[in-house]
Design a protein around this ligand. Structure first.
Ligand code: CMP
Length: 140
């Protein structure tokens, strides 16, 4: 079924100047960008986005990394988009990511892991609406 998922190109990948290379991978996999913006997240925005991880020991490092520079937030649309995006990204820890995945090719650590993608239909719904109003999404 056609789904939407939230993708974030994280500060490390923006700093490496590989925004285009990452978006090309989405497009080659038949995921369409239907919304996009570059933002430098505030602490409040990053904490709210990652609220489910608030009690985890890595929460402070995660928020400080995600606010360390601009990110590119996108809505990707396509058949099976949530799982497809997760396959393209590879494992959260780049050391465990399969060869040829975005994280294997561009990430350097579990925090600086190049991309985020929604992990379920419920989180996709929450994450898309966290960043985009209905009028900012352009079905095509
Ligand atoms: P992301 O998909 O953005 O969701 C939460 C992020 O926390 C994750 O990617 C990692 O970058 C970061 N993180 C840091 N340490 C861990 C950990 N031990 N387990 C899961 N995520 C972690």
């Amino acid at each position: 079924a056609t789904e939407r998922t939230l993708s974030i190109i994280k500060p490390d990948a923006v700093a490496k100047n590989v925004i285009g290379e990452i978006i090309t991978r989405f497009e080659k996999a038949e995921l369409k960008v239907v919304a996009a913006k570059m933002v430098h997240l505030s602490q409040e925005q990053a904490e709210g986005f990652y609220a489910e991880h608030k009690e985890r020991p890595f929460f402070g490092d995660l928020v400080s990394f995600m606010t360390s520079g601009p990110v590119v937030v996108q809505v990707l649309e396509g058949d099976n988009a949530i799982a497809k995006n997760r396959e393209l990204m590879g494992a959260t820890n780049p050391k465990e990511a399969d060869a040829g995945t975005i994280r294997a090719d561009f990430a350097s650590s579990i925090d600086a892991n190049a991309v985020h993608g929604s992990d379920s239909p419920e989180s996709a719904e929450r994450e898309v609406s966290y960043f985009f109003g209905a009028d900012e999404i352009c079905p095509r």
